[in-house]
Design a protein. Structure first.
Length: 282
């Protein structure tokens, strides 16, 4: 059941994010309005997922294994820094290879988007290892912030001369990186369980970086009325994640467990009974 939910959530998160790009193919749609609504909402969803979902789960996980809870903050900072370096590197290559022509530009855009989608998949897979409800809520946050990004990617590729049909196909294939990465992380199961707290913390760092560096600064540059609307939508985005978590738990009948913790504790209890049973016979 959890695996099926993972597949559905990953596919939905990846493909739903293409809605903005598909709308871009329709010239009659006013993209300014979509971006006005989608960007701050997506930023809020990421912040809500990071601070109200992913980081608390990471702290709970590291506490259960007797680890240092302060290390979670360090790994969140590491995730923030890694994404910063990755983004700077991709942009540097973009400028460095400008003489390579349009094709090199398009390739870098597609590669960067695929890496981004894979990171989203890692986030979803790691969240599902802890709690399916958290995994679905994370997929919701991923889809929300990807909509404005895909609009940008579609627009750039079209402006570089790529045919609209090819842009759609390339982005659909790129979005599948979300599913592949999520399945890889989830399939590793017990192998990655010891590092899940650190992985979740790094993912939270990714989310915070995207919201704080790419989206929130843009809100401050908008006219007052538009900025107020975007600020309100950002707050709605923040609140939507915990609300979505509760709704998801009710709809799918998922208890707010802590994934492998419960199974490990149950196994430990069983082993405890097994070890004491011979003593009783003695």
């Amino acid at each position: 059941m959890d695996l099926l939910l993972l597949i559905i959530a990953s596919l939905a998160g990846g493909l739903f994010s293409l809605i903005g790009g598909v709308l871009l193919l329709n010239k009659r749609v006013k993209l300014d309005t979509i971006m006005l609504l989608a960007m701050p909402f997506g930023a809020g969803a990421l912040l809500g997922a990071a601070f109200l979902g992913v980081l608390p789960e990471a702290l709970h996980q590291v506490h259960d294994i007797g680890g240092d809870e302060s290390s979670i903050l360090l790994w969140a900072l590491v995730g923030f820094a890694i994404f910063f370096v990755m983004e700077r590197t991709i942009r540097w290559f973009h400028r460095h290879h400008e003489h390579g022509g349009v094709n090199s530009h398009k390739s870098l855009i597609v590669i960067g988007d695929t890496i981004h989608n894979a990171i989203d998949g890692v986030a979803i897979g790691a969240a599902f290892l802890v709690n399916p409800a958290l995994g679905i809520a994370t997929a919701v946050a991923v889809a929300a912030h990807e909509i404005p990004q895909e609009i940008g990617d579609f627009g750039i590729l079209i402006s570089k001369g790529m045919k609209r049909s090819k842009v759609l196909i390339v982005n659909v294939l790129s979005s599948l990186a979300t599913l592949v990465a999520a399945l890889v992380v989830y399939s590793l199961g017990d192998i990655v369980t010891p590092i899940v707290p650190m992985l979740l913390a790094a993912v939270a760092g990714f989310f915070i970086y995207i919201a704080a560096s790419d989206i929130i600064p843009d809100i401050h540059e908008q006219p007052q009325k538009r900025a107020n609307i975007q600020a309100a939508l950002l707050l709605v985005g923040i609140m939507i994640i915990p609300a979505a978590g509760y709704v998801i738990e009710d709809v799918f009948g998922l208890e707010h467990s802590h994934g492998h913790d419960s199974s490990l504790e149950a196994t430990a209890d069983e082993h405890g009974h097994d070890e004491t049973a011979p003593e009783a016979h003695r």
